[in-house]
Design a protein around this ligand. Structure first.
Ligand code: AMP
Length: 366
């Protein structure tokens, strides 16, 4: 059985690596052969919008999935009605547009930040008046890892934010002085089985995820996040893995955004959970029973950004798992990650501190 994956980044690569033990084959579609996914499975090379290539992918695969959310919804909708595409294209479309995403959260009564649509300079002035400062201006589409965002702290910043981002559809939202950031990841299978992972506690710098610790937070926070995630899963009759990111303020969750896919904050599940998010995504889209999401210990995952440390240096530390995505180093680029699994949260934090001091000294555990 062959799974078609649109996008051959590190998420696609880790999906394939999780699927091989189950006897699955993979075929990617991406712009270049030398991609993390293309290094471990065959690849069709071309544009994501190339209907002929997408049709070929559909013909050769039992099911089609994607490893990033900026895949063309129109191109996927143009495929034969018999093509199985999971997660649902409706969820993909909502995740591509920050305004649609906010409306979805509001419709499902999932608390989110105060926000307004901004399509012109006068609308930005109005949004700043109504929302107050500080605020964040964000492009509605194609924003990721903090790209397409400008913080407005004072009225003098309005001009700069508008000249940086104006001209494309935007939203303006309140700046949240959060206590911490968390994400929740879960899977729903074709037959409606749902499995949710423990909460992830995330630390970002310049909009990029740097550190995840899991399990994280109180049982009450876990229940609330899992409840919101399940609402979105049921709303779309979702199939596959879904992630929602939240700000936590005074013990309350505020949804920031969702991703209709496996997520960087779930990489710890490879070694740290009974079944990884990657395997559960495959199980869900192939209508296989979902695996246990129980943690095997207390985990920390550190992203390796910009340059890869020498393998020897990382592996000399006992119990550290290294993942190298096979990418060319470039400033700000996610090149790999490493994970530790410990018996107690204290031991986990101690290991994470040591690793951070070595690999990412600018990041602190809160
Ligand atoms: P996003 O691409 O929307 O997930 O933003 C990336 C990161 O920027 C988030 O994980 C936060 O650390 C920060 N951020 C984005 N929006 C806000 C906000 N409204 N208030 C505070 N921090 C934010």
């Amino acid at each position: 059985m062959t799974v078609g994956i649109v996008g051959a980044g590190q998420l696609g690569r880790m999906l394939a690596l999780a699927g091989y033990p189950l006897g699955l084959d993979f075929l990617f579609l991406d712009r270049s052969e030398d991609t993390p996914g293309g290094q471990v499975a065959p690849i069709l090379c071309g544009e994501f919008t190339d209907r002929r290539l997408l049709r070929r992918l559909a013909q050769r695969c039992s099911v089609i999935t994607f490893d990033w959310e900026n895949v063309s919804v129109e191109a996927l909708r143009g495929l034969d009605s018999g093509t199985r595409i999971h997660p649902p294209v409706g969820a993909l479309a909502a995740s591509q547009d920050r305004a649609a995403e906010k409306r979805l959260f509001e419709r499902l009564r999932i608390p989110t930040t105060r926000w307004m649509k901004v399509d012109s300079r006068p609308q930005l002035e109005r949004a700043v008046r109504e929302i107050g400062l500080p605020a964040v201006l964000k492009t509605r589409r194609m924003g990721y890892d903090g790209k397409g965002q400008a913080v407005i702290r004072t009225h003098e910043d309005v001009d700069r934010a508008w000249s940086e981002l104006g001209g494309v559809p935007l939203i303006c939202e309140e700046w949240v002085p959060f206590d911490c950031e968390v994400s929740i990841i879960g899977a729903r299978s074709r037959s409606g089985e749902v499995a949710v992972y423990p909460l992830n506690g995330n630390v970002h710098a310049q909009g990029i995820l740097r550190l995840t610790r899991a399990p994280f937070g109180t049982p009450r926070l876990q229940r609330a996040a899992a409840g919101y995630l399940t609402r979105v899963l049921e709303h779309f009759r979702y199939v596959g893995v879904l992630t929602i990111e939240f700000f936590v303020r005074s013990g309350k969750l505020l949804a920031n955004e969702m991703a209709p896919r496996v997520h960087n904050s779930g990489h710890w599940t490879i070694e740290g959970a009974v079944t990884s998010q990657f395997e559960n995504h495959l199980r869900a889209i192939l209508d296989l029973p979902l695996g246990s999401t129980a943690p095997r210990g207390h985990c920390a995952m550190i992203n390796l950004i910009g340059t890869m440390p020498a393998r020897e240096r990382v592996l000399a530390r006992p119990g550290v798992h290294l993942h190298d995505y096979g990418k060319e180093p470039r400033p700000g680029r996610k090149l790999g990650h490493c994970t530790v699994v410990e018996v107690t949260p204290r031991a986990r934090d101690r290991r994470a501190r040591e690793l951070l001091a070595d690999l990412a000294p600018e990041i602190r555990i809160p």
